[in-house]
Design a protein around this ligand. Structure first.
Ligand code: CA
Ligand code: CA
Length: 280
């Protein structure tokens, strides 16, 4: 098992936020923290490392060509000029697991390093990362549609029903009160997390580029009933930065001895228990 760095250790505490798309209670459970990423990108999921890989039925988007699948070159459609040899969206195009990204092309970008008033690399992330920006006006919305990947694995497994995603982890850099992440299934919102709620829970300051309380690895475990197929990232100012997006299919491996998994399972159980209690 990979060792926890001091930074991630301090982040891995028991925080549960539950957001529901309706008035009904949600079983999605959220925790913060991960492990040190071996490619110099700061923090990654306990389930998946950019270089060393991880458990079965998990996939990672690193935004770095170096850690992409050499069989399926990523797309540099959103790469900032000058970074074409380093930065790409690896899960886009040319592969059976291609992710469909929609959004204004000037509102999603991939780059390395920080530029004042443009984008800040997540804390301790020396690699390429992605970001959403409204360029100072309106709301930028970008979506990552994983339907192709889910279709592919559903057919591969001969699944009688469409597989979904029951885990997502992402390194959220310089979290701002005006960023949020939403999760949709078949076009319906199933869960979401806002920057303001994360900052309130961790005690972080909006937009801080180095504080672990404002640069957090977010883990969300979904019940089978709430599995999703599309991630939507919104930002109403500059900017929403992210890296190491890890998704786990509904067929994913869940090790009983992984601290992250244990936490997620524990709180998943706690939520189910609390729901049952309320029903009484
Ligand atoms: Ca990266
Ligand atoms: Ca930010």
């Amino acid at each position: 098992m990979k060792r926890f760095s001091p930074v991630t250790k301090s982040l891995l505490f028991s925080v549960v936020l539950v957001f529901s798309a309706s008035n009904q209670s949600s079983a999605a459970s959220i925790s913060f923290g991960g492990v040190s990423a071996s490619d110099g990108s700061g923090i990654t999921s306990t389930f998946m490392d950019p270089i060393n890989g991880g458990l079965s039925d998990y996939f990672i988007e690193t935004f770095d060509i170096a850690t992409g699948d050499p069989l399926y070159p990523g797309s540099t459609d959103y790469t900032v000029s000058g970074f074409e040899n380093k930065c790409a969206v690896n899960s886009l195009n040319n592969s059976p697991i291609g992710v469909s990204i929609t959004g204004n092309s000037n509102e999603i970008a991939v780059r390395q390093g920080s530029v004042s008033s443009v984008a800040a690399a997540p804390a301790n992330d020396n690699t390429c990362y992605g970001y959403a920006t409204n360029n100072g006006q309106g709301v930028a919305t970008i979506s990552f549609d994983y339907t192709n990947l889910l279709d592919y694995y559903s057919s591969l497994y001969g699944a009688s029903t469409q597989l979904g995603i029951t885990y997502i982890g992402f390194y959220w850099g310089s979290v701002d009160i005006y960023n949020d992440f939403e999760f949709y299934s078949g076009g319906s919102l199933v869960s979401f997390i806002t920057g303001s709620s994360l900052l309130a829970q961790l005690g972080g300051n909006s937009g801080n580029q180095s504080d672990p309380d404002s640069n957090a690895y977010v883990n969300i475990a979904f019940s089978i009933a709430e599995q999703f197929d599309t991630l939507v990232i919104n930002t109403s100012d500059i900017a929403g930065e992210f890296d190491n997006i890890v998704i786990g299919l509904s067929t994913r491996e869940i090790p009983v001895n992984a601290p992250g998994a244990a936490l997620l399972l524990l709180f998943g159980t706690a939520m189910i228990a609390s729901r049952r209690l309320r029903k009484k």
